[in-house]
Design a protein around this ligand. Structure first.
Ligand code: TMP
Length: 204
């Protein structure tokens, strides 16, 4: 029998997650897999309110970290854990790796502090599969400027995004069986065939 999977998507801003999440949704539907799509910060009513604050209000990086985990705890309790327990696959646009990349590598919050919060909020729940969409920050920032009004994180300097990118790549090296790093400079068709291959192996 298939068991429900916890799948996360990560990457620097502008790396193309939103395009590819639609392909993954299509894949899961075609393969008759029950799933929910959700995101962080957000995913619950309270989480979405916290998202608004997190993306637009200036705050201390420590406050930001704690609010990310407050939203995450609510999300785990109300959406992620109940879904997985009912056999429903969870497709989540960002999760805890993002806090290590953005708040620790990007903003200097202690990694130990974040790991302690991870242990408290989700010691027994971790993604089975993480797609890391990777591309040079100069390309992603150029893409972002053309497509939307930038939020607080997207407005950060290139050095910030470089640090976030390197942190993600380091996390991926530490857990090669969970992470699949995808070179986002490739064509959409190439990326989709990579996604399909990985999903075939993980899900079927
Ligand atoms: P999104 O634009 O991919 O939806 O993500 C929202 C922003 O929140 C993005 O710039 C990354 C940031 N973020 C963090 O800084 N820490 C986190 O833990 C999460 C989940 C997101």
């Amino acid at each position: 029998m298939r068991s429900a999977k916890f799948i996360t998507l990560e990457g620097i801003d502008g790396a193309g997650k939103s395009t590819h999440i639609n392909f993954i949704k299509q894949y899961l539907t075609q393969n008759k897999i029950d799933f929910v799509v959700t995101r962080e910060p957000g995913g619950t009513e309270l989480g979405e309110k916290l998202r608004e604050l997190l993306l637009h209000d200036p705050m201390h990086a420590g406050t930001e970290t704690l609010l990310m985990f407050a939203a995450r705890f609510e999300h785990l309790q109300n959406i992620i854990m109940p879904s997985l327990n009912e056999g429903i696959t969870v497709l989540c646009d960002r999760f805890s790796d993002a806090t290590l990349a953005y708040q620790s590598a990007g903003k200097g919050v202690s990694e130990e502090f974040i790991k302690m919060l991870q242990k408290y909020t989700h010691a027994s729940v971790n993604p089975d599969l993480t797609f890391l969409f990777d591309l040079p920050t100069e390309v992603s920032l150029e893409r972002l400027k053309k497509t939307r009004v930038l939020d607080k994180f997207e407005k950060e300097a290139q050095q910030f995004h470089d640090n976030v990118r390197q942190s993600y790549l380091t996390l991926a090296k530490l857990e090669p069986s969970r992470f699949h790093v995808i070179d986002s400079t490739q064509s959409i068709d190439t990326i989709q065939s990579i996604l399909k291959n990985v999903l075939d192996k993980t899900i079927k």
